[in-house]
Design a protein around this ligand. Structure first.
Ligand SMILES: [Zn+2]
Length: 106
């Protein structure tokens, strides 16, 4: 069984073969971010450095600006804000949260 005529691809006069060929990307070696050996905050050597976004406050002439920098930090220097936020909740609190969530679904 052969395909119906209108489904067969026929290269017309304006068909360029270069278009049809899949583009070959140049094999470019990716720039690997090498992990440094020491923490950028306490300058201690550590094997478990993690790349973290850290807010950096810079001050010049009274005006302070907050920027973000990526730094390699050892486990001791990683900010622990998220862990502190988690607090055990009482049953009544959980129930009220569930109730409000159910109301929001309606
Ligand atoms: Zn450190």
């Amino acid at each position: 069984m052969s395909a119906p005529n209108h489904l067969v691809f026929k290269p017309g006069p304006f068909f360029r073969t270069s278009r049809a060929e899949p583009r070959v990307r140049e094999a470019r070696p990716r720039q690997r971010h090498e992990a440094p050996r020491e923490c950028e905050q306490c300058h201690r050597e550590s094997d478990e450095l993690t790349h973290r976004r850290v807010s950096v406050v810079t001050r010049d002439d009274g005006a302070s600006s907050v920027g973000y920098e990526y730094k390699w930090l050892c486990p001791d220097c990683i900010p622990r804000r998220k862990e502190e936020k988690i607090e055990p909740k009482t049953e009544a609190e959980l129930r009220s949260i569930l109730r409000s969530a159910r109301k929001g679904l309606r």
